[in-house]
Design a binder for this molecule. Structure first.
Ligand code: CAO
Length: 556
C-alpha cells in the first residue's frame, strides 16, 4: 500500500473562506478524476471541486459548514495509479482552471454588472428607448451552458442585482443577476436552452430607478425646468412620470421570487432533473434552507410511502351506529381473523381473479377409497378424497409449471418453483389457517393423508408454528365435508392459483347413449389472470378431473 495523497482546494480565483455546503463522497469510496468531491458556495456561485486522481478515500478532512481557501486539505486518498498520483499532486492546468474560472468569472461578471451595467445591455442609455436587452455576461469562456431555471416571469418587476436565470455548466451553477431594475417584457430563453456569453436572455422595460436616472439627467441639464417641463420631458422620452408598477405588485413579485428561488448545487439539480423531482417543492435542510442530495432522496422516499391518490383508492370505511336499529354486541376480531382478513383483502385487490369450474367423476375413486379405509384403521390412517386431490395437484403442477410460480415484487418476472409444497385451508374455531404439506413429491397418498391429519389437528389445537404455514406453492380449499355446489376461492397471494372442492354428488351423466349415476366432485379453480390464461386454467382443471376419474393416473 502506498502512502496517502493529500487532496487540497485548488485555485478558486483568490476567493477565501468559501463555505463547504455539501460533501459528495464518503470515506472508503473509490474516486476517479473529474468525480465531484464537494460543493463550495460563494456569494454568487456554487461550484463542485473535482477529483484529479484515482484512488480510495481514506479520510475526509472537511465537513459541511467549514470555510475553505486555496490549499486547504480536503481529503486523503490511497492512490490506485502511481502515474496519476504524480500528476495529481500538481493538478494540470485544465482541471485547476475549472473552479478558478468559475469563481473568477462569476465574480468578474458580477462586478461588471455592478460597475458597467450597460456592458450587458444593447440599449443605448442616451436613446429614448425603454426596452433593454439583458445578455449572458462573461462566463469564463464556457461555450455552452444550460438554462436550468428561470427565476422571473414576463411582467415581473425586478430589482437591480436580482437573480433572473440560473445557468449550469459542467461543474457549477450560477445565478445571473439583473444589471438594472425593470419590468420583464420578454423572456427570450426557456429552461433547457443552451447559451453562451452575449446570448440574449430577456428584455427589460426600465423601472423606476432607471426613470429617476433619466429624470435626474434631465434635471441636471435643465436646472430651471419646472415640474410641468419635467413631466413633458419624461413623456417625450417615453418615461412614465409615475411608477407603472404599483407597490403591491412589486412586493408580490418579490415574494413570488423568494418562493421560487431554489438553493441547490449542480449535483442536486442534476439528480433532481434525472429523477423528475421538482426542487421547488423539496424542503432544504442545508444552511439557508439549501437543498442537499439527501433532501431529494428523503423527498422521493416520502412520495413513495404516501398513500396512493388514485381514483380507485378505497373510500374510507363508513361508521354506522347499528344500536339505533336494535340491540347489538361488539366483539373484537381475534388475531387470526385480523391477519387472514388483511391478507385476503390484499390478495383480492392485487390479483385479477378468474374462477374456472369443472366436475370430476370420482365414482371409482370413491369406491376404491371406501374399500381401502377399513384396511388402514390399524395404521391409524383415514384416506379422505382430499389426500388423492393433493397428490393429483402435485402431478398437475409438474405438468403445468406456471401454476407453481409467483410474480416477483416488480411484477415483471415469474419465479418458477422446483419444489412442491401444498397448503390446505383448515377451518378452526378461531378462523381460517393454511398449514402447508411440504415436499409432496416425496410422499405417498397415505403419507399425505397422515400429514394432513396431523396438521389439521395442530391447527385446531392452536399448535401450528409459523414454519408449518410458510413456503406454500399452491392451496387447496375443501368445503366438501360441509356442502355447496361451487364457490370462488381467493388466491393465496403470492401463489397464482387455488383449487376449491365442493360436495360430491351423484348425478346422471349421459354416457354411451344412457344416463349413468356418477359421483361428481365440483372443482373451482381461481387463478391470477396476470400469470395464467383462461385456456391454461381450463387445461389444468381438466387434467385434475381426468386424473381423478381414472385412479390409475394417480398411481403412475
Ligand atoms: N364431497 C363429499 N364428501 C366429502 C368431500 C367432498 N368433496 N370432502 C370430504 N367429504 C367427506 C369426507 O369424506 C368425510 O366423510 P367420512 O367421514 O364419511 O369419510 C367428511 O366429509 C368430513 O371430511 P373432513 O372435512 O373431515 O376431511 P377432509 O380431508 O375432506 O378435509 C379439512 C380436511 C381440514 C380440509 C377440512 O376439515 C376443513 O377444515 N375444511 C374447511 C376448509 C375451509 O374452511 N375452506 C374455506 C376457505 S375459504 O376459501
Amino acid at each position: 500500500m502506498g502512502k496517502d495523497i493529500e487532496v487540497t482546494i485548488p485555485d478558486i480565483g483568490g476567493a477565501t473562506d468559501v463555505e463547504v455546503i455539501e460533501i459528495l463522497v464518503n470515506e472508503g469510496q473509490t474516486i476517479k478524476p473529474d468525480d465531484s468531491l464537494l460543493t463550495l458556495e460563494s456569494d454568487k456561485a456554487s461550484m463542485e471541486i473535482p477529483a484529479t486522481i484515482s484512488g480510495t478515500i481514506t479520510k475526509l478532512c472537511v465537513a459541511v459548514g467549514d470555510k475553505v481557501s486555496e490549499g486547504d486539505l480536503i481529503l486523503k486518498v490511497q492512490a490506485l495509479d502511481e502515474k496519476k498520483v504524480d500528476e495529481s499532486s500538481q493538478p494540470n492546468d485544465d482541471q485547476s482552471n475549472q473552479p478558478n474560472d468559475v469563481l473568477e468569472n462569476n465574480s468578474a461578471a458580477t462586478t461588471a454588472h455592478k460597475t458597467t451595467p450597460a456592458s450587458s445591455s444593447t440599449a443605448d442609455e442616451h436613446t429614448k428607448s425603454l426596452v433593454k436587452q439583458v445578455l449572458v455576461p462573461d462566463i469564463g469562456g464556457a461555450t455552452e451552458v444550460e438554462v436550468i431555471e428561470l427565476l422571473v416571469a414576463v411582467g415581473d418587476s425586478i430589482a437591480k442585482e436580482q437573480a433572473i436565470v440560473t445557468l449550469e455548466g459542467d461543474k457549477a451553477t450560477m445565478d445571473i443577476p439583473a444589471p438594472f431594475a425593470g419590468i420583464v417584457e420578454d423572456l427570450i430563453v426557456k429552461v433547457g436552452d443552451k447559451v453562451a456569453e452575449k446570448s440574449l436572455l430577456l428584455t427589460l422595460k426600465v423601472d423606476e430607478p432607471a426613470n429617476l436616472n433619466v429624470e435626474n439627467h434631465s434635471l441636471s441639464n435643465h436646472q430651471d425646468t419646472d415640474n410641468t417641463t419635467k413631466v413633458s420631458q419624461a413623456l417625450e422620452q417615453n418615461v412614465p412620470s409615475t411608477n407603472d408598477a404599483p407597490l403591491s405588485t412589486a412586493q408580490d413579485s418579490l415574494e413570488n421570487l423568494e418562493a421560487t428561488k431554489i438553493f441547490a448545487g449542480p449535483a442536486v439539480r442534476r439528480m433532481a432533473r434525472e429523477l423528475g423531482v421538482n426542487l421547488s417543492v423539496v424542503k432544504g435542510t442545508g444552511r439557508k434552507s439549501r437543498i442537499t442530495t439527501r433532501d431529494v432522496q428523503t423527498f422521493i422516499k416520502q412520495k413513495l410511502n404516501e398513500p396512493s391518490q388514485h381514483s380507485w383508492q378505497l373510500p374510507e370505511a363508513v361508521s354506522i351506529d347499528f344500536s339505533q336499529f336494535g340491540h347489538i354486541k361488539t366483539e373484537p376480531l381475534n388475531k387470526i381473523k385480523r391477519l387472514t382478513g388483511s391478507n385476503l383483502h390484499r390478495a383480492w385487490l392485487t390479483v385479477p381473479h378468474v374462477t374456472q369450474f369443472d366436475e370430476a367423476d370420482i365414482t371409482e375413486l370413491e369406491a376404491f377409497r371406501q374399500a381401502k379405509n377399513p384396511k388402514l384403521i390399524h395404521d391409524n390412517v383415514k384416506l379422505t378424497m382430499l389426500a388423492f386431490v393433493v397428490r393429483i395437484v402435485y402431478q398437475a403442477l409438474v405438468k403445468f409449471p406456471q401454476f407453481n410460480a409467483s410474480l416477483d415484487s416488480t411484477q415483471e418476472n415469474l419465479i418458477l418453483k422446483h419444489y412442491y409444497n401444498i397448503g390446505i385451508a383448515v377451518d378452526t374455531p378461531n378462523g381460517l389457517v393454511v398449514p402447508v404439506i411440504k415436499n409432496v413429491d416425496t410422499l405417498s397418498i397415505i403419507e399425505i393423508a397422515r400429514q394432513m391429519d396431523k396438521l389439521s389437528q395442530k391447527a385446531r389445537s392452536k399448535a401450528l408454528l409459523p414454519a408449518d404455514m410458510s413456503g406454500g406453492c399452491f392451496t387447496i380449499s375443501s368445503l366438501g365435508g360441509i356442502g355447496g355446489t361451487a364457490f370462488t376461492p381467493i388466491v393465496n397471494h403470492p401463489e397464482v392459483a387455488i383449487l376449491g372442492l365442493s360436495r360430491a354428488q351423484i348425478k346422471p351423466i349421459y354416457q354411451d347413449k344412457t344416463f349413468e349415476p356418477k359421483l361428481m366432485l365440483p372443482l373451482s379453480l381461481s387463478y391470477d389472470h396476470r400469470v395464467i390464461d383462461g385456456a391454461q386454467a381450463a387445461r389444468f382443471t381438466q387434467y385434475i378431473a381426468t386424473a381423478l376419474t381414472d385412479i390409475r393416473n394417480i398411481l403412475l
